[in-house]
Write a new protein. Structure first.
Length: 402
């Protein structure tokens, strides 16, 4: 069961939304609906699921419907039609009392403009949600202080919001949301009011917190770079509709519509694509129990100048070059282990291409992609790194490990 499921959600703004909705569902365009009835379409038949512990980013330009969508999930805005499920429970069918309880226990929201109380200390601001829940003062302040430590603001507990920078105030807003220990965080453009440097720091801090806390997060942004950096999955919205849902790599390498393609045209792929996106499966390798002659024969068959050597459990041992193999045969060396080079470039599958560039420039042999058990998963050659930067990584699968 997904943590969050949105089914065929609509939001129509105006005096007679249900009547307007019928026309919209009958095929009337958003523009004609506005002209004929004066009603505005905020969300148009949106469906998606979010898994436990996932960061699901909803990205779009101003007016795309993304902020309306996130507010329909906790019913700060009432949907016109459709359903929202959290842990299998139909949120759109809850009474106000049950909805209030859901918001207190399972949901927390972080806004763009911090929304801090200027007359309360930072500690009191962070403890506010617990106060609403009726938690006694000592317990809620202990919890609030603990969360302030988590976001690095424990030394600022006694000051007031006006004494903090914008980035620090947003961390207080995040701490206030975390203090109630919600299952789900709804974050509506939380970093867009910050300057670029602080915004980057907050993105990094959110990812670090997510590694520890594993919350389910719906994150709203108009910034594609931010979406690609944070999202496990991304939904791109336009005119109340979702144009495409996919992983950052899918959005970048296989845009579903011209609108999405235009969005990703100028994206720096090296900051999104990873080693696993551009690696190729090694078509030839030898066992550490093989000899130099076997290595030479396989290199000749595959037209390679080097070949990887693996152990019985497919762990990477090293690499043998054609020159060393020829010398070994000439001198009647039969033990391949004696000519294996073990000081070779290796990387993990989740390494960003931008971090591979220095290694690719200096590497004499292909870069080996290995997992946490040192098993060989794939290889990367210099041309593949460059092709990945240009968006052609998927066209480089015929490149050998030489």
């Amino acid at each position: 069961m997904p943590k969050i499921e949105v089914r065929n959600l609509y939001k129509v703004f105006g005096p007679h939304p249900l009547q307007a909705l019928k026309k919209l569902q009958a095929g009337l365009s958003k523009e004609r609906l506005l002209k004929q009835t004066g009603h505005t379409v905020g969300i148009h038949n949106v469906s998606f699921t979010v898994e436990q512990g996932e960061i699901f980013v909803v990205m779009g330009l101003s007016g795309s419907g993304k902020s309306t969508l996130v507010r329909c999930i906790n019913r700060l805005i009432e949907p016109t039609d459709g359903e929202v499920y959290i842990d299998g429970e139909n949120v759109t069918g809850l009474s106000l009392d049950k909805l209030r309880l859901l918001r207190q226990k399972k949901l927390a929201m972080v806004f763009q403009r911090f929304a801090l109380f200027p007359h309360r200390t930072i500690l009191q601001n962070v403890a506010y949600g617990l106060e609403i829940q009726g938690i006694e003062k000592k317990v809620r302040e202990e919890k609030a202080y603990e969360v302030l430590q988590t976001v690095g603001l424990k030394d600022w507990a006694a000051v007031y919001p006006e004494q903090l920078s914008g980035g620090m105030q947003q961390r207080v807003g995040l701490a206030r949301a975390l203090a109630v220990n919600p299952d789900i965080l709804l974050m509506d453009e939380p970093f867009s009011a910050l300057d670029p440097l602080i915004r980057k720091e907050m993105q990094e801090e959110l990812m670090e917190l997510q590694e520890k806390l594993q919350k389910t997060i719906i994150f709203i942004t108009h910034d594609l770079d931010e979406a690609l950096k944070l999202g496990d999955n991304i939904a791109i919205m336009k005119d109340g509709l979702i144009d495409q849902i996919g992983t950052p790599e899918e959005i970048l390498t296989n845009p579903a519509t011209e609108y999405v393609a235009n969005f990703v045209t100028d994206v720096d792929r090296s900051r999104v694509l990873r080693a696993e996106n551009i690696m190729i499966r090694p078509t030839a390798h030898v066992s550490s129990n093989d000899g130099p002659r076997v290595a030479l024969r396989k290199m000749k068959e595959e037209a390679l100048s080097s070949i990887f050597v693996i152990g019985d459990d497919r762990t990477l041992v090293g690499i043998v070059t054609v020159d060393r193999a020829v010398e070994a045969v000439k001198h009647k060396v039969t033990d391949l282990k004696k000519i294996v080079e073990t000081d070779i470039p290796v990387t993990s599958p989740d390494t960003l291409i931008q971090d591979l560039l220095p290694m690719a420039v200096t590497a004499r042999v292909p870069i080996a992609v290995i997992d946490e058990n040192k098993k060989l998963m794939g290889i990367i050659v210099r041309v593949t790194v460059l092709a990945g930067l240009l968006g052609g990584g998927e066209d480089s699968n015929d490149v050998g490990d030489s």
